[in-house]
Design a protein around this ligand. Structure first.
Ligand code: F6R
Length: 355
C-alpha cells in the first residue's frame, strides 16, 4: 500500500534515501577509492558510448553521456524512438547503453536490437531483473531502486543517475582517486533526507499555482535536471512546462517569458556554467519573470533569485540528484493543489510496450 502517503508518487519520493543506499551499497571501496560493478567487472573500456532511452530515462542518459565526455570518452544520447529508424554510425569498440526502468519499453528494445543487429555490444541499465532488456543485452546493470508504482518516475531517475556514475567509473580505466565521489554518493541518502525534511516546495506552490507556464533552465549536467523538472511538471500537473539548456533561452524561448511564467534555474557549484546561468536569471527577471533558484548556495544564485529551493553542498556529480528532488516535490505539490490524479495521469502508462 501507500504506507500512509496520499499517493505512491509521494511515497516513492520519500523512498529515495533507501533506494539510493541500495543502488550504491557494496559497489565501492572507500579506502581504496574504487568502484566495482560485479555484473560487468572487467568489461573493456569502450571507444565510444551511445545511450538510447525514452522520457525520464532519456534525461538520465543525457547526464550519463555528459559525465563520460568529461572523462574523455566520446558519448552521445539518442531518443530510442529515433535511433532504430535513423541509426548513427558505430565502430569497433562502440558500446550501446539502453537506460530503461522497466526494461520493457518497446522503442528502447527496438534501438538495442538494431545495435545488436549491427554487431555492436549492448548494455541495459535497468531496474528490472530479468526484463526483456536485461535478457537481450550482452550486459545488464541493475539500479536496485525497488518497485515503482506511480506512473511518474521519481526514485528510479535518482537511482539511474547514481547508476550512471557507477557505470562510468567501471567502464573507464583508471587510475583515479574516487574517494571524493564515493564520499558524496555515500552521503547522498542523508542529503536527500534533509531536503525531504526541509523543502520549501509546498509553500512555493501556494504562490505560483496559477501561473501560465513553468520554465526550467540549467547548464551542463543540470540540463538533464531542467528537462526532467519540466517533464514531471507537465505529466502530473497538466500545466504547460518546458525545460531548456539556459544558453538557448535567447534563441527563442525568451519570447514566452512574462511575469506569469516562473523560471526554475538549477544552479549548482560556482563554475563558469553557474556564472553564465546567473546571467540568464537576470535576462528573465528583466522580462518580469519570477525566478526560483534551485541551488547549493555556492554561487550568488540565491541572492539574485526571487525565491530559493536550497540543496546541501556536495560534489558536482551528486548535486543534480539533489536539485531534481526539489523539482519532484514542486511538481507533486502543484499537481496535488490542482487535484490531479497523480499516480495515474491521463493518457499515460507506466510501461510503454508499443512503438
Ligand atoms: C516519466 C516516465 C516516462 C518513462 C519512459 C521510459 O515520468 O516515467 O517518461 O521514463 O516511458 O520508461 P522506461 O525507463 O521504463 O524505459
Amino acid at each position: 500500500g501507500k504506507s500512509g502517503y496520499d499517493h505512491y508518487m509521494l511515497k516513492e519520493i520519500h523512498e529515495q534515501p533507501t533506494a539510493l543506499r541500495q543502488c550504491f551499497s557494496g559497489r565501492s571501496d572507500a579506502l581504496e577509492g574504487t568502484v566495482t560493478l560485479e555484473e560487468i567487472d572487467g568489461i573493456p573500456q569502450p571507444n565510444a558510448v551511445q545511450f538510447v532511452a525514452c522520457g525520464t530515462s532519456y534525461h538520465a542518459a543525457l547526464y550519463g553521456a555528459a559525465i563520460l565526455r568529461e572523462m574523455g570518452i566520446p558519448a552521445e544520447t539518442y531518443l530510442a524512438s529515433e535511433y532504430a529508424l535513423s541509426p548513427p554510425p558505430v565502430s569497433l569498440g562502440t558500446l550501446v547503453v539502453g537506460i530503461t526502468q522497466s526494461g520493457e519499453t518497446a522503442d528502447t528494445l527496438a534501438a538495442l536490437r538494431d545495435a545488436k543487429g549491427r554487431g555492436v555490444s549492448t548494455l541495459a541499465l535497468t531496474n528490472t531483473v530479468n526484463s526483456t532488456a536485461a535478457r537481450e543485452c550482452d550486459h545488464a546493470v541493475y539500479i536496485r531502486a525497488g518497485p515503482e508504482i506511480g506512473v511518474a518516475a521519481t526514485k528510479t531517475f535518482s537511482s539511474q543517475l547514481v547508476g550512471c556514475n557507477l557505470l562510468a567509473e567501471e567502464l573507464v580505466d583508471g587510475p583515479r582517486d574516487l574517494r571524493p565521489l564515493i564520499e558524496s554518493l555515500r552521503n547522498l541518502p542523508d542529503d536527500v533526507q534533509s531536503i525531504l525534511d526541509t523543502s520549501a516546495a509546498e509553500e512555493l506552490v501556494e504562490e505560483y499555482a496559477d501561473s501560465e507556464a513553468y520554465f526550467f533552465i540549467g547548464r551542463g549536467t543540470n540540463v538533464a535536471v531542467a528537462l526532467e523538472g519540466a517533464l514531471k511538471c507537465k505529466e502530473i500537473s497538466y500545466e504547460h512546462a518546458e525545460g531548456f539548456p539556459a544558453g538557448e533561452l535567447k534563441h527563442g524561448p525568451l519570447a514566452l517569458v512574462t511575469p506569469d511564467t516562473p523560471v526554475f534555474a538549477v544552479v549548482t557549484g560556482d563554475d563558469e556554467r553557474a556564472r553564465k546561468t546567473l546571467g540568464n536569471i537576470k535576462e528573465v527577471q528583466a522580462r518580469g519573470a519570477p525566478v526560483i533558484a534551485v541551488t547549493d548556495g555556492q554561487s550568488d544564485a540565491a541572492e539574485i533569485a526571487d525565491e530559493t529551493l536550497m540543496i546541501p553542498e556536495t560534489d558536482e556529480r551528486a548535486a543534480p540528484v539533489l536539485a531534481n528532488i526539489q523539482l519532484q516535490l514542486f511538481s507533486y505539490y502543484l499537481a496535488n493543489a490542482l487535484g490531479r490524479p497523480i499516480d495515474k495521469p491521463r493518457n499515460l502508462a507506466k510501461s510503454v510496450t508499443v512503438e
